[in-house]
Structures are given as C-alpha cells and as structure tokens.
Ligand binder design. Sequence first.
Ligand SMILES: Nc1nc2c(c(=O)[nH]1)N[C@H]1C(S)=C(S)[C@@H](COP(=O)(O)OP(=O)(O)OC[C@H]3O[C@@H](n4cnc5c(=O)[nH]c(N)nc54)[C@H](O)[C@@H]3O)O[C@H]1N2
Ligand SMILES: Nc1nc2c(c(=O)[nH]1)N[C@H]1C(S)=C(S)[C@@H](COP(=O)(O)OP(=O)(O)OC[C@H]3O[C@@H](n4cnc5c(=O)[nH]c(N)nc54)[C@H](O)[C@@H]3O)O[C@H]1N2
Ligand code: SF4
Ligand SMILES: [Mo]
Length: 739
Amino acid sequence: MATLTQRLEKVLPPIRQWEGPKTAELLRSPGKFGLGQVPEKLVPDATTNVVCGFCSTGCGLNMHLKDGQAVSLTPSTHYPVNLGMACPKGWEALTPLGAEDRATRPMLRNQDTGELEVVSWDQAMRSFCDAFKKVQSEHGDESVAFISTGQIVAEEMAFLGALAKFGMGIKHGDGNTRQCMATSVVAYKQSFGFDAPPYTYQDFEESDVIVLVGSNLCIAHPIMWQRIERNRNNPEIVVIDPRKTETAVAGTQHYPILPKSDLVFFYGLANLLIERGWVDEDYIAQSTCNFEGFKEHVRAFDLRRVEEVAGISSDQMHKLAETIHRGERVSFWWTMGVNQSHEGVRTAQAIINLAIMTGNMGRPGTGANSITGQCNAMGSRLFSNTTNLLGGHDFANPEHRAKVAKVIGVEEEHIPTGLGWAYDQIIDGIHEGKIKGLWVLATNGVHSWIEQDRFKEAVEKLDYLVVQDMYANTETAEVADLILPAAGWAEKDGVFINSERRIGLVKKVSQAPGEALSDFNIFKLIAHYWGVGERFRKWTHPEAVFEMFGHLTMGQPCDFSGITGYRMVDDMGGIQWPCRSDQVGEVVEDNQRRLFSDGKYYHADQRAKFVYGEVTPVAEPTCDAFPYVLLTGRGSTAQWHTESRTKKSEVLRKLHPDQLYVEMHPDDARKLGVEPNSRVVVRSRRASVAAVASVTPSVSPGQLFMPMHYKEMNRLTKGSFDPYSRQPSYKYCAVTVER
Ligand SMILES: Nc1nc2c(c(=O)[nH]1)N[C@H]1C(S)=C(S)[C@@H](COP(=O)(O)OP(=O)(O)OC[C@H]3O[C@@H](n4cnc5c(=O)[nH]c(N)nc54)[C@H](O)[C@@H]3O)O[C@H]1N2
Ligand SMILES: Nc1nc2c(c(=O)[nH]1)N[C@H]1C(S)=C(S)[C@@H](COP(=O)(O)OP(=O)(O)OC[C@H]3O[C@@H](n4cnc5c(=O)[nH]c(N)nc54)[C@H](O)[C@@H]3O)O[C@H]1N2
Ligand code: SF4
Ligand SMILES: [Mo]
C-alpha cells in the first residue's frame, strides 16, 4: 500500500519540466525584459528557472535537472532581477536541502519520558487537533495562536491564514514579517493609502543620487548593490548609518548619525531644504496634502539641534541638502536601521516626506523605497491574513469580507471582523496565561525574537507547542511538543513576491526527504483532521490558490488579475504588480514598472500625505552602568538569520567567523584593555554573553555591533516596540563590556 506521503504527493501535479521563457520571442524583443540585455541561448530542456528562497531580491536561479531532480544551479542570465549574478547563498541554495539532519518524520514528545519520538502523520495530526481543541474548549478560542513567516510561498501563507482564522477559529496569528517589515507597511498605508513600495530595480541604475538609510546593501542585498554598480550616471551614493559598513565604504558620502537620531536628522534636513526653497512646489500642490503642517512641525529642528542629537555638523547637513537639491533623479532607500526602531514608522515617513516634497516620485531613478528582507515578505504583506484580510483587504469592512468569502468559497460568518494580536502581544498573552497553544512555522523565534530569555520562558508556559520546519533541531523545534517535517524551497510550487513587487515562481525541482510534506499538504491534512476539509475544498493545489489571488486582488492597488497562471509568470521572467487584464500589453512591452508615475496615490483624495510626529526617547538609554549602545544586524553575505539553513553548507561556513563576535572601536578597546580577538563578556540588564572582540573603527566609540546569526545574541536585546507597527527595536539597547 502506498504511504501517506506517496498518496499525498499524488494529488500534487507531477514534477514539471518547465520550459523557461520563449526564447525565440525573446530574441525578437529583448526590450520585453526591460533591460535591453541579450538573453542567453536556448535554454536546454533540463534547465528551469526557480526564484531564490533566501532574500527579497528574488534572483532567478537556473536549476539543472537530472531525472527530474535538481543536481546543480547557475544564476539565470535572462531573469530581469539578477542578470546572471548570485550571491554565495544563492549559489549554495541546494545544499541545505540535502542536509543529513533534515526532519523526515513527525515527532511527538512522550509525556512520560519527555523525549521526542517518531510518530505517523495520522498520530501527529490527531495529537495536534486534539491538543488545540482541548485548549480551546478549556480556555476559549482565543487561547491558541500561530506565528509564521515571510519565507514560504504565498499560496501556503494564504492557506495557513485562512485555515487558522476561518477554519480553526484561531484569532491571534502573526508573521515573522513583524520583525522586519511591519514599520514599512504602516508607513506606506498612512502616507500613500496602501502598502506599496513604488520602485523597480532599474531605478538603482537610473538615479543620480542614491540615499541608503539604515541599509547595508553590500551584505544584505548584494545583487541590488550590483545593480547600483551598473549605474552609468556616476551617482552620489549617500549612506546614513551609525557604522562605517561595507556599503558606507563603497558609497561616496557617509553620515554616521548617532543611533536612533534619524527622526531629528531627517526633520532637520527637511527644514533646511524648505528654508532654502529647495522643494517642488508644483508637486506638493498637485499630489500631496498636509505640507503646511509638516513645514510648521520641522521648523523646530534647526541645525544646532541636529548636531546635538545626531552628531552631524551643519556643514555636512548643507552638503547633503545640496546633493539632494542638485540631483535630478534622487532615490531614497531604507531597511532595518529604520524599521527596527522605537519610532520606525515616523522615521520611514520622514524619508517618504523628503521624496514627496522634492518631487522625487514616479519618475525613473526616484522613489521612497523600502527594501524588503525575506524572499516572500512582500507576499506575506498581502496574503498572510494577519495585518490585513487576504489580498490587502480590511477585516472590519463588510464588503471586503463578502468579497473574500465569495472568492475562496468560505461562508462570511467564519471571517473575523477585526485584527488579532501582534507577535509581542501573543508572547505577552502566553505570559499572562491567556494563550496556551502555539503553532510556529518557518520561523525560529527562540533564536530570532527580541529579549530571548523572555521568549523561552513564555514557550515553557505553553500547554502545547507545534513547530513545522525543515529541521527538527532548530532552537524552537528543540522545545516543541510536536514537530511537523516540512518540505522546503524548491521542493514545492508557488510564488514569492520580491522587493520590487515582482511575482516570481518557485517550482518543485527536488523531492523532500522521507515523509516530509509541503506546508500546503500539511495544511490540507490539518483541515481534514480538524473536520473542515469541505470548507477548504477550493484549496486543491497551489496553482488553484494562485488563481484565487487574481480574483482577490481585483480592484485593489495590487490587482494582478491579468496574470493567467504560473506559465505566464514563468514565461515573462516574473511579473510586477499591478498587472490588471488591461495592462498585460504594457507588461509584455516592458516588464519593469514603477508606481505613481501619474502623481496619483491610493488615498480617497489621490494625494500622498505628509505624516509626522513627536520625537520620542529610546526605551533603554545608556547610563554609567551600561554605557554602550548595542547595534545588531547582518554579519556576512554567507549567513542567513538563525542559520538553520546556511550552516548546512561547508562552503558558506568558511566565509564567516564561527563564533559570536562583538565589534568595538579601537579607543574603547584600549580603554578597557581588550586585545583584538580576545574573549569578552557583553552584559545587558537581561543577560551576559561571551563573545570574541573584533576591534575595528567601523563602529564609533561608545557603540558596539553584534551579528544576529549566533543564538545567544538576542539574550541581550530589550523588548521595545514601535507603537504604530509593533515592530521590535532590535537595534538599540544599553550594554557594558568586560574583559
Ligand atoms: N546575508 C544576509 N542577507 C540578508 C539577511 C541575512 O540574514 N543575511 N536577511 C534578510 C532580511 S530578512 C532583512 S530584513 C534584510 C536586512 O537588511 P539590512 O537592514 O540592510 O541589514 P541590517 O544589518 O539588519 O541593518 C542595516 C543597518 O542598520 C544600521 N543601523 C542600526 N541602527 C541604526 C540607526 O539608528 N539608524 C540608521 N540609519 N541605521 C542604523 C546598522 O548599523 C546596519 O548596518 O537583509 C536580508 N538579507
Ligand atoms: N538582534 C536581531 N535580531 C533579529 C534581527 C536583527 O536585525 N537583530 N532581524 C530580524 C529579522 S529582520 C528577521 S526577518 C528575523 C528572522 O528570523 P527567523 O525567521 O526566525 O529566521 P530563519 O533562520 O530564517 O528561520 C526560518 C525557519 O524556517 C525554516 N524553513 C525554511 N523554509 C521552510 C519552509 O518552506 N517550510 C517550513 N515549514 N519551514 C521552513 C528554516 O529551517 C528556519 O528554521 O530575525 C529577526 N531578529
Ligand atoms: S541576493 Fe538574495 S535572492 Fe539573490 S542569490 Fe543572494 S540570497 Fe538569493
Ligand atoms: Mo527581515
């Protein structure tokens, strides 16, 4: 008899030999890919393009197949994102799939021995559903929650959100994108009326001034940096980061502002531009609102205040203002240095305000551009069913609920009318005994969440923790009651949406090991065992869900109802939203587009709004006992987050230090008597952590930097959050360091 895995895999479409783009047509019209490059010669039958499963750049990787199984890969030269380039993670993307420690069978903790034991899928599903239903019957529907990711395909993300909220009565669920993108989402919604990063990567090549704020592009998005390198305008590259990062060194102007002084810095810069008359009056009049209030607000931010708070002199501010004024095509880009802040939303909006007041929107090489993190963070922003109802809709809006119900075939009464809790509120809820069951998938919170010890304590209080992951030995899986083994990237079909809103295809080109199932099939099983299989009858396979996306997005700013299916996505080399049916011709003509070229935004009055606010203090300022600011972030191009995947590659392991290290300025090292490469202890109010001292002038005196990839790191950080986005402020806490 066929195993359950075999039976389930049968309901999936077979491994497809995708053909790649229609090469002959491409040769006739290379402009279709927007870049004028000559596409590679005929793609062999056994090669197919798959979008990379690490970062949000969304590079195309050519998978070379043997017997339907990927055996090697090369970066795709025809894909409009990466043009033949890939970073080390991309080159090594197949290695983690073949790791020996993949989770291959469900494991359940034996209540008597406390050990994890292999069980069948049937036992696993019964245990999961019984345990969650028991918690719900004893403590109410609200007592179970899920925490998901920006790393699974959008079809799975939508299925999870729909199943949990419309099928299992789970009210509280959040995504790992809370750690990462929530700030940009809220900032865009308030400023533009919809969560819509407006750019296309071609803008990197067309700007004459590129302003990077809190973004270490060379390390975190190396292929985007390569796109800057292709820029022929000899651009000014302005880097605003407290550290002299690889990107700051490669740029042309570096402003090492004091940590978390961004808001004062940008308000001061706006005030200076206004005082000098360097604003675009026409654009402000035609396309924005609230400018007078903003102008009044920033008057209080004179250059003396900027120097005092941000440590940037008035001469430097004049230089920066002149650079922006002289630029004809200025683009502003930001990442985690902005988003992970106690006032991230207002800071992101301060950047948006600079772009709209100088008219740097909608034209090639311009924009207020948030760079996303994970491969499918943008998919999660639209389809995770957490911060908005599927497809960028509003839970509170009855018309939206009716539309979604109709498209996905679920009765309207099952759709909640409000939002659930954010990630930090779910953790608080566990501490307060309100949440007793937690389902964590494709994220490793025990390592990555802020103020780690508090997260661990929370998890210990749970009645039941389910972890659904590719590996059974992540920090989170190790403390689970039930582990569900999942297929990973390239072991299943679906789409990711990258930073420039490009929908790209992931294909099953590799067989998941043992009994591991795609998350999609795990959700189908859960629906069945929960007794709601019938409610999700339309969710047969990933492409059926993708078809629903077309209907879900119809009439929304992200409308991509013109995309007919996976085949079209594949043939086109990915497609950016929006792509309504009346836009298909446009897309075929030039497959890269930016938003707001008509100066019209998504608010009812079609104007972008100047949004601003008061400057607020950080949660944990430095003091005599903890005199150093601890900054955190990405350490190398070879490391991905909690390293459950990248550490499986010997090649990648060689490219970074194997122990946690802390960067400190030579003056501080001298003062403390710390020798380079000696062992030190970094201590915060929450924990002490041992690290190797990396003595370098890339950090300023009084500041330290630690990479997030080592598991102890987040024991130090302090749980504090932006009040509008509830995104954690990972990049500021007070510590001391000792020999
Ligand atoms: N190799 C690699 N690439 C990745 C990832 C990875 O784990 N490894 N992760 C991906 C993900 S999910 C994300 S979200 C992105 C993150 O990409 P980035 O945001 O570019 O990376 P980070 O290193 O977290 O932070 C960027 C910079 O913010 C600076 N910063 C800290 N505090 C402040 C401040 O107060 N103001 C300003 N202006 N800057 C500040 C830091 O010094 C740091 O250099 O990277 C993606 N790419
Ligand atoms: N101090 C500090 N902490 C930070 C940050 C920082 O800058 N500083 N950055 C934050 C940011 S921006 C982010 S995005 C987070 C990232 O934090 P996490 O999301 O926790 O990090 P990952 O290591 O990417 O975890 C993803 C997990 O999903 C599993 N997985 C991969 N693919 C699949 C799949 O298809 N299905 C299933 N079921 N599982 C899969 C992997 O094995 C891995 O265990 O970290 C945050 N933490
Ligand atoms: S830059 Fe990002 S998407 Fe491109 S190969 Fe590297 S990890 Fe993959
Ligand atoms: Mo992220």
